[in-house]
Ligand binder design. Structure first.
Ligand SMILES: [Cu+2]
Length: 355
């Protein structure tokens, strides 16, 4: 075979081969060295700020987290060493996406390494229902940007939607004028909706913000509108209402809501939403009798109460927290998306979301 007939050029001389080796080395070696520096050498060289954090039952002396406030520099490499002085606790800084992998056990230390990139004030909390005062096991971590005092002081609470302006009294009882006698079926409601294709109804709901409306009010509208929906049975109309509410969220959103609810709310509201968590009884006996408003732990399986509650009412309750009760101000802990996800999941205690 002569050189002219070869289909591809080849490097026959020794200097050419050496030159090629150098080119390849540069092409592969330089990015590798940069990555190695970024992910191996630099973290190893950077100083790590170690913070010891101890959890104690809130009712004990020095109860809660010690320390309760932590300040770190933006971009600083922080290592939290978390332990418990008494019972099983949990630990999370929800808005930084930080959570211990498992329980915080007495005598055992869990380490969490992180770099806080965003200046601001973040709440951390216990994620295991440890006793009636569990909700008090919270503290704040402040991430300081030395060049931006405003950013450092920024509260990470969600922007207050104008639920206050709506004049909703979030502490009042709010039974629905109408309520379903059994959990309305989202799946059946979707089927009915598809067959209705009715202009007055679609127009009405396209122009209403369902977050401001109660299911009871939506049911009343369906019953009054001059449309075939008004001729449906009561239970069918409730299925339509459930379908409309289900449209407000997606399955992944409700899954997120479920994770948060099961982690943060079951202590008092119970696994099935019936307001019968281990904390509920303790609250009734200790705090509740001092609660001038006479509130008790909300039972989300109470269909009348759910029918009378707009999503915005739940939003307000979550953001503000149950002032004077054991409920924290979730507004400083959850993101806006997380707040709406929890609300979407709560509806599942009254509506049947099964396909
Ligand atoms: Cu706890």
């Amino acid at each position: 075979m002569t050189p002219d007939t070869q289909p591809y050029p080849s490097f026959r001389s020794r200097p050419e081969r050496i030159a090629l080796a150098f080119v390849l080395l540069a092409l592969v070696g330089i990015p590798l060295a940069a990555l190695g520096y970024q992910f191996l050498l630099r973290p190893a060289l950077a100083p790590v700020r170690v913070i010891e954090l101890v959890g104690r039952l809130p009712t004990s002396e020095q109860g809660g987290w010690t320390p309760e406030t932590i300040a770190v520099q933006q971009g600083e490499h922080v290592r939290l060493r978390i332990t418990s002085a008494d019972v099983v606790h949990g630990f999370a800084i929800p808005k930084l996406g930080i959570e211990t992998e498992s329980w915080v056990l007495p005598g055992k230390v869990q380490e969490i390494d992180f770099v806080a990139e965003q200046a601001g004030r973040y709440e951390f909390l216990c994620t295991v229902w440890c006793e009636a005062g569990h909700w008090r096991m919270r503290g704040t971590i402040e991430v300081i940007d030395p060049n931006d005092a405003v950013a450092s002081a920024r509260d990470t609470s969600p922007p207050t939607t104008n639920w206050v302006a709506t004049g909703i009294d979030i502490d009042a009882e709010h039974p629905g004028e109408f309520a379903p006698s059994s959990p309305p079926s989202v799946a059946h409601g979707a089927e009915l909706w598809a067959t209705l294709s009715d202009q007055p109804i679609s127009d009405f709901f396209a122009n209403s913000d369902l977050r401001l409306l109660t299911p009871s009010a939506a049911f009343a509208h369906l019953s009054q509108l001059d449309s075939p929906a008004a001729d449906l049975s009561e239970s069918d109309r409730w299925d339509l209402v459930a379908h409309l509410w289900a449209q407000q969220s997606t399955p992944p959103m409700r899954e997120l809501g479920e994770r948060l609810y099961q982690r943060d709310c079951t202590g008092c509201h119970g696994v099935t939403g019936a307001g019968d968590g281990p904390g509920a009884a303790a609250i009734e006996h200790t705090e509740h009798e001092h609660d001038a408003m006479g509130r008790s732990v909300t039972d989300f399986t109470d269909r009348s109460a759910q029918a009378g509650a707009s999503d915005l009412l739940y939003y307000g309750k979550l953001v503000r927290g149950g002032m004077g009760t054991s409920m924290p101000y979730w507004g400083t802990i959850y993101t806006e998306d997380e707040l709406w996800a929890v609300i979407a999941y709560l509806r599942g205690f009254a509506f049947d979301f099964s396909p």
